[in-house]
Design a protein around this ligand. Structure first.
Ligand code: GTP
Length: 246
């Protein structure tokens, strides 16, 4: 598709040669490498320095078109004059930052004392959006670890969870993706994750159920094979949910 957008800023140097939008250039790179670019995939490896700013302008232009199609007077309505730019910035750098930005830096340390007791971290805030309607999924998650040879700082579980959840998701897949990332980072002997969240596509619209939540979990390694360890994980999380403040 040739660019029909009014703002030349949304093109970069490559685009001047190929006459492609920056989103098309990025999409082509991903396709050429045979990778996926589903809503819950991170595509930061395919975005060069400076291109996110150009993409932000392209998305803003599209959001402006959406507002116009919704017959909102973006020229004269003082409340919506910069809405397109705000929404674009919010998607790319805030609520969906886990698609466009690299994983936060996580340092791992050797498990020098060979700790092999399990520990749990939580509640960690879950802020996501459903892939179907792009409305919020809000909740909490708990992570349980039986360490292997590596440990990571406690805060890093929250940072990685925030990065993973900040994408459009379905909850079932979000939990699996978070488990994959944590396994890569600290190679635990056992891993458990529980997520409890409310879906605004069920709360704000659709069936409009105000209090329904979804709880799901994933258990891997020793947590999967050893029933008593799995029970200990669920028991620790139950205690953690009951005692939030000290
Ligand atoms: N399994 C699962 N379903 C989800 C999740 N988030 C949202 N949904 C549901 O996915 C469905 C979206 O697909 P459709 O049924 O085609 O959407 P819809 O016709 O707008 O459905 P309604 O919400 O019933 O109005 C809805 O039922 C949502 O409640 C999730 O994380 N997991």
């Amino acid at each position: 598709m040739t660019s029909t957008l009014p703002n030349d800023n949304i093109r970069n140097f490559d685009d001047q040669i190929t006459n492609k939008l920056i989103s098309e250039i990025i999409r082509d790179r991903i396709k050429n490498s045979g990778k996926r670019f589903s809503a819950n995939d991170n595509i930061s490896d395919f975005i060069n320095p400076g291109e996110l700013e150009i993409l932000e302008k392209e998305v803003a232009s599209r959001v402006k078109d959406l507002l116009k199609s919704l017959v909102i007077d973006v020229e004269n309505d003082h409340n919506t004059q910069e809405t397109a730019e705000r929404v674009s910035k919010m998607y790319l750098n805030e609520v969906f930052k886990g698609r466009y930005h690299e994983q936060p830096k996580v340092t791992s340390f050797p498990n020098d004392k060979n700790l092999d007791e399990i520990y749990t971290v939580g509640p960690i805030s879950v802020r996501s959006a459903c892939s179907h309607h792009l409305v919020p999924i809000l909740g909490e998650c708990w992570i349980g670890i039986k360490p292997g040879n590596k440990v990571i700082g406690l805060s890093k579980f929250a940072r990685v969870a925030d990065w993973v959840f900040s994408r459009p998701h379905i909850q079932e897949e979000a939990v699996m993706i978070l488990a994959d990332e944590i396994e890569k980072l600290c190679e635990p002997k056992g891993l458990g994750i529980i997520v409890k969240a409310q879906h605004y596509c069920m709360k704000w619209r659709g069936v409009k159920e105000p209090n329904t939540s979804m709880i799901n979990s994933v258990v891997r390694g020793d947590f999967r094979h050893d029933l008593s360890l799995k029970q200990e994980f669920f028991e620790l999380v139950k205690q953690q949910s009951a005692t939030n403040n000290y």
